[in-house]
Write a protein that binds this ligand. Structure first.
Ligand SMILES: [Zn+2]
Length: 264
């Protein structure tokens, strides 16, 4: 991927206190990369190694980071924004099978060895991320038990999310899934306003745009959201939790078990 700004902090110092200071400066930079929950759990040595080859990248809305079959050459650690994982059909249909925000990383599975993307990874809520080469992830995997443990747990969480989404997409109403999507999105950002188009949301939910419109109008009638052109305002979070399906809580509990806290 292109467009990143290289960050190189590790060329002129050695391990130890000075390194820790540099790492602190790195973590306290303009983007506050500690907002990524995985990076926040790494020790200073791992962070220093990571920062040596890290790039700061903007996640522009609609940007496709990977398509199915693409070699995973980079790992992205978002500090904000949301990346959707879409399963694509030959006929052009799509449906969301996972989402990654500041609680996780995109492409982390490539840390165990060369890998191909199974999904389209597309930015649904714009933000920022720290990007490292997949080869560096493989180095960290070999040398750092902490990194291995985090990558293992993250893999379990992504798998749990995908498994739950299979059942949710087949068995639960569009209204419940719409609410689940909004809540999961809200957990990963710090505002109650989400910018999205009907087309985008239709892809997320695997339904027609007219269905999205009807469901949005229903939720608006219940005063749970306000839906304007391309913008959804969350008005009543508790109300959305009452309408959504069990899948939202199930995924929350999985993250809680694996990381000691829910996404967000
Ligand atoms: Zn569900």
């Amino acid at each position: 991927m292109s467009g990143g700004r290289q960050i190189s902090l590790c060329h002129s110092y050695t391990w130890g206190r000075r390194l820790s200071d540099r790492v602190f400066q790195f973590m306290a930079g303009p983007l506050d990369r500690a907002k990524n929950r995985l990076l926040a759990r790494l020790n200073s040595e791992d962070l220093a190694l990571l920062s040596a080859s890290a790039s700061q990248v903007d996640l522009e809305k609609g940007r496709v980071l990977y398509d199915p079959g693409d070699a995973i050459t980079s790992i992205y650690f978002p500090s904000d924004g949301v990346i959707s994982l879409l399963t694509l059909m030959e006929g052009g249909e799509a449906i969301e099978s996972g989402a990654i925000g500041r609680e996780g990383a995109l492409g982390l599975e490539a840390a165990t060895g060369p890998g191909e993307s199974l999904s389209r990874a597309i930015v649904q809520v714009p933000g920022h991320a720290l990007r490292i080469p997949a080869a560096l992830g493989q180095d960290l995997w070999k040398r750092s038990p902490t990194f291995r443990d985090l990558a293992d747990r993250h893999g379990q969480a992504v798998y749990a999310h995908a498994v739950q989404s299979v059942a949710c997409n087949a068995l639960h109403s569009v209204e419940a899934r719409f609410c689940r999507w909004l809540l999961a999105c809200r957990d990963r950002i710090d505002v109650d306003t989400v910018q999205l188009t009907q087309e985008f949301l239709a892809d997320m939910l695997g339904v027609q745009r007219t269905t999205v419109t009807a469901v949005a109008q229903t939720l608006q009638t219940k005063s749970l959201i306000r839906y304007r052109r391309g913008v959804v305002d969350i008005l009543d979070r508790a109300g959305l939790e009452a309408v959504t399906c069990e899948c939202y809580g199930s995924v929350q509990r999985t993250y809680q078990r694996l990381f000691g806290r829910a996404p967000g």
